[in-house]
Write a protein that binds this ligand. Structure first.
Ligand code: C5P
Length: 241
């Protein structure tokens, strides 16, 4: 479990060039516990993005949200586990229990392995958008159901919105990791996110890790923006003890 605020902060490096991502990660040195490599950077630059960013010292969250048949996902999770510095890797819970079981089994015997977590519902989708793809009812109910399934399948945790974290912790226990994107400090833009929360709200809800992208990476002064978020996280952490 992360102890200090910066260990709980994961900065999403959603860039199309590795050089830009390295530049940003270097600017943020010491302020983030992990850097997140998502589909944009990985598609553009491939595994060398993981190798290069891992050299900077912070851990890597490889956010490729695998969603395929069990055998293919198991192979992809194993490949991620064998990449340098990867501490978190994820699959889509909507791929089903057998797929999640295969993902967990793929790395179960490895001595040093990343945590395998499941994306519940994208934080960019609200109840209306979810209903249009057949996911009916309040997002919290669906997210908690998917988190419970992920736990039963042997995953280490889930990606969920801050609004669902406390209920997921109640149902799945405090050791089941919750990784929370959709973080927006009070004065910042919502962008394409829907189910958002401030850094303080996410920490108070019990989030283990906060994923923050544009509020830091698109800020005029990313280092100052990260420090402000860390301050808000520290204050909320102190109020939880
Ligand atoms: O820029 P922003 O803070 O919105 O970035 C959030 C990051 O978290 C993005 O990289 C996005 O891919 C990722 N993410 C998300 N919602 C999920 C899972 C991952 O926003 N459910």
């Amino acid at each position: 479990m992360a102890r200090d605020a910066h260990e709980k902060l994961i900065v999403a490096l959603d860039f199309d060039r590795l050089a830009t991502a390295v530049q940003m990660a270097t600017r943020l040195a010491g302020l983030a516990g992990m850097f997140k490599i998502g589909t944009q950077l990985f598609t553009a630059e491939g595994p060398r993005a993981v190798e290069r960013l891992a050299k900077l010292g912070a851990g890597i969250f490889l956010d490729l949200k695998f969603h395929d048949i069990p055998n293919t996902v198991a192979g992809a999770v194993l490949a991620a586990a064998e990449s340098p510095g990867v501490r978190l890797v994820n699959v889509h819970t909507l791929g089903g229990k057998e797929m999640m079981k295969a993902a967990a089994r793929a790395v179960a015997r490895k001595k040093k392995r990343p945590k395998v977590i499941g994306v519940t519902l994208l934080t960019s989708m609200d109840e209306d958008a979810l209903s249009k793809v057949g996911i009916l009812g309040p997002p919290i109910k669906r997210a908690v159901h998917l988190a419970r399934m992920a736990k039963l399948a042997g995953l280490d945790g889930v990606v969920a919105s801050a609004r669902e974290v406390s209920e997921i912790r109640r149902v799945c226990g405090p050791k089941f990791l919750t990784v929370v994107p959709g973080i927006r400090p009070a004065a910042s833009k919502r962008d394409d996110q829907s189910r958002i929360a401030t850094p303080g709200e996410a920490i108070r809800a019990g989030a283990d890790y906060l994923v923050v992208g544009r509020p830091i990476t698109a800020a005029k002064d990313p280092r100052a923006a990260a420090k402000k978020i860390l301050q808000e996280m520290s204050t909320a952490m102190a109020s939880r003890v």
